[in-house]
Design a protein around this ligand. Sequence first.
Ligand code: CP
Ligand code: NVA
Length: 298
Amino acid sequence: MKKIRHFLNLDELSKKDIHEIVSKSHILKKNYGKTSLKRKKILAMIFEKPSTRTRVSFEVGMKKINGEVVILDQNDTQLARGESLSDTIKVLSRYVDIIMYRGSDEKKLYEISKSSNVPIINGLTNQSHPCQIIADLMTLEENFKNINKINLCWLGDGNNVCNSWIHASKHYDFNLNISSPKGFFPKKKVIDKVKKNTIKLYEDPEEAIKGADVLITDTWESMGMKKKKATLKKFEEFQINTSLLKKTNKETFVLHCLPAHRGNEITNNVIDGEHSLVWDEAQNRLYAHQSILFWCLK
Ligand code: CP
Ligand code: NVA
């Protein structure tokens, strides 16, 4: 039987596959609107959490390559009345060619990948956001000759997006410094699993950003995760502002997957400033998703 090409987590894909997906994203950008699937395919997207970029870029991206899209918001389906996600997937995989799932606990993602006859794409879970990182890698490749030689620094919450950066680092040689308040670093087992000595943890953000080519941040409160006011206070020194940016002592770019909480993890001056790659990063979701779709449907 042919193996189904699920896109679940970057540490589980091969180096060859990741590099292929990222390179094809550049080609799709260059020839935007000119590349099509040989036969029309249908993508279903299930959203248990809100989305702007993922939803629109998958829909537009799919339509531009001769695909169609069906969107299921949890509350408008029988999922809201207790039908199991696995049963839903069993049925959907008899209707559509590929499914993107945005959910909460990652266990559910792996469960459905077992009950589906068609590829499943991880459109974000509490633990990961691999689609985002494909677009981010592409954005970095647009700005650096060799991204294996650069220094990345993640600032703030060691969340799902940070985990997917850790997963990606398995396939690249960039340095990844992670700086978080005590208690908010990514889980040790996530870091241990990729076995890379290029990942370093810092409690002091000023120490972590020294020599950084890129600073990366994200919300301090991911969807569905609330923090107390006193806890959020601990994050303040991790804010990317002009003063912190100057302390890298070199020209440093900034990434943020969006949505941004301006004034918290990033300031207006930085996100709208000359060092921000944020808007290209958001645009590149389009081509990254098209590339993921091509790879899964191959
Ligand atoms: N970055 C990202 O995934 O954005 P959305 O939540 O809007 O899809
Ligand atoms: N860490 C964020 C990413 C949003 C795209 C969240 O999970 O809410």
